[in-house]
Design a protein around this ligand. Structure first.
Ligand SMILES: Nc1ncnc2c1ncn2[C@@H]1O[C@H](COP(=O)(O)OP(=O)(O)OP(=O)(O)O)[C@@H](O)[C@H]1O
Ligand SMILES: [Mg+2]
Length: 338
């Protein structure tokens, strides 16, 4: 994966590129390879770096087997980059086979929808590589988890999609599973990082014991443009991405403040949508042999890849755009306001 390092202190970026020379010769495949490489580029923006260092702190303390390991909750709206952060952190601590058996320093997984103690335990056992993952009662499964954590020398657990512990429509919290999770933290003495949509904070509000263990909380917020500092950060992010593309962009894209606003309207400042918009723009330029990404290309990329109804005045790149966030019912960012 390519990695673009965001260095906000001096507004410059170092680029790391792990790619070796590509074996792909077909020019059409080459184009798609370029599009895929844009999608795969990791941007180490400031909030991402903060998230990584918060997880690292948790992990370091976890190596001491403290009786009450410090746990962490990371929340953020969909597309803010939680799972990307999880996978990127875990990538640096891969599972390995040794003479003493399998070592899994960082165990990470997605929690199931409609969790029960058994199906969560099962997911954990699968991630640990237990071939008999579905066997036994909840108690015996829990005991196997504890043993395997010790044998596989698990130092950190990251559980994604924690909002599944709260039912979206009935707001019912899976109290029994939450209590079991607290028990697991206690008996394994391994720090847990939970990740999920913002509503999962309510699970902790309703469970004081879990809340105390997860008193450290951070959120991955969308990029803002309301004040000078956030605007500068978003501007730097866009310059970094535009500067690393395999196609050129018209100069206005990196110099004109208006474009920052329109791209923000088109993406709500969310990494997921920023990457979708830009990848789709690169695809249009390569497919149609256009000279560069311009406002027209961005407008088409928006309606083709983010919101099909986003045409005319509902398209942030249209000259007569309505100039407001697209957060009304039926619009792409409905429900994203905190
Ligand atoms: N730091 C980043 N650098 C590059 N791309 C990113 C980054 N963070 C997120 N993305 C892109 O945004 C997309 C959405 O990110 P991700 O899946 O991590 O969000 P999420 O917060 O887990 O969303 P959800 O709550 O829906 O699961 C990813 O597919 C990835 O392409
Ligand atoms: Mg996710």
């Amino acid at each position: 994966m390519n990695s673009t390092v965001y260095n906000d202190s001096d507004n410059e970026f170092n680029e790391r590129n792990d790619d070796t020379k590509s074996p792909i010769k077909d020019p059409i495949d080459k184009k798609y390879e370029s599009v895929a490489s844009v999608r795969e580029t990791l941007i180490e923006h400031p909030a991402f770096a903060l998230g990584i260092s918060a997880v690292r702190r948790c992990h370091r303390m976890g190596r001491f087997g403290l009786e009450e390991p410090g746990c962490l909750l990371i929340t953020g709206v969909s597309g803010s980059g939680k799972s990307t952060l999880r996978k990127e952190y875990a990538k640096h601590y891969p599972r390995r086979e040794t003479d003493d058996g399998t070592v899994i320093p960082v165990l990470h997984l997605e929690l199931p929808a409609q969790p029960t103690i058994k199906n969560v335990a099962e997911r954990i056992l699968i991630a640990l590589g237990d071939p008999l993952f579905a066997r036994g009662s909840a108690e015996t499964m829990t005991a196997r988890i504890v043993t395997l954590f010790r044998n596989c020398r698990v130092e950190l657990v990251i559980l994604d999609e924690f909002q599944h512990f709260i039912d979206n429509s009935s707001e019912k919290i899976e109290t029994k599973v939450a209590d079991w999770l607290k028990h697991l933290v206690n008996v394994t003495r391994v720090p847990f990082v939970l990740m999920g949509l913002r509503r999962c904070r309510r699970i902790l509000q309703g469970n004081e014991q879990l809340r105390r263990r997860f008193s450290r909380q951070i959120s991955l917020e969308p990029f803002g443009i309301a004040d000078k500092r956030s605007r500068r950060i978003f501007d730097t992010l866009l310059r970094t991405i535009f500067g690393s593309l395999p196609v050129t962009c018209v100069p206005e894209l990196t110099s004109d403040g208006d474009h920052i606003e329109h791209i923000h309207y088109a993406t709500y400042g969310l990494m997921g949508y920023v990457m979708t918009l830009i990848t789709a723009s690169v695809e249009i330029v390569l497919e149609e042999g256009r000279p560069a990404i311009d406002r027209d290309v961005l407008g088409r990329a928006f309606s083709e890849s983010i919101w099909p109804e986003g045409r005319g005045r509902l398209n942030p790149f249209h000259a007569r755009f309505i100039n407001r966030p697209l957060t009304n019912a039926g619009e792409p960012f409905f429900g994203y306001k905190s």
